[in-house]
Design a protein around this ligand. Sequence first.
Ligand SMILES: [Fe+2]
Ligand SMILES: [Fe+2]
Length: 193
Amino acid sequence: MTATTPLHCVSPTTWVVCVIEGFDQFLLDHAAAEKKAAGMALSMLSHYPDRARLVTAMSELAAEEMVHFREVVKLIQERGLQLAADEKDPYVNEIRSWIRRGSEEYMLDRLLTAAVIEARGAERFALVADALSAGCLRRFYQSLARSEARHYELFLDLATEYFPSETVGSRWQELLSAEASCVQALPIRAALH
Ligand SMILES: [Fe+2]
Ligand SMILES: [Fe+2]
């Protein structure tokens, strides 16, 4: 893994090949993922209205994810495709099932699971960019990879603002290791996860 990603494993090459071959299908899933990311940011700020920094950060994040969504929708429409109904994302559902109960644990886990999901998004968008030939689409995925890397850092940063760094560090490593097993067990399909 490169120094810029915290992830414990790289996505398989077969995944990138499948995405490039089924790129139309991938775009539909990608649009849904951006929309869900915006929804998650909104739900987070609704849950913690008293945390000023979190509210600001999540409102900015929701807006940015909706810009991503709009850009992917544009690509979809340029190809003469239309949005599909949302499907469950087994990867996201599995990771969110690791969020513990109890107000402290719940908040920490919400922030850190979001960070894990963003870090994987960053890794996968960079892989997609690398597999595309030079041009607008490649630059678009490169810029998304940078945004998602910023988002994972934001969530990690919020976690260390509200919780002691040793607590954050040990739970972060636990989640990263669980995420690696989860990602390795995922079926390969033309979807973000
Ligand atoms: Fe995004
Ligand atoms: Fe993001």
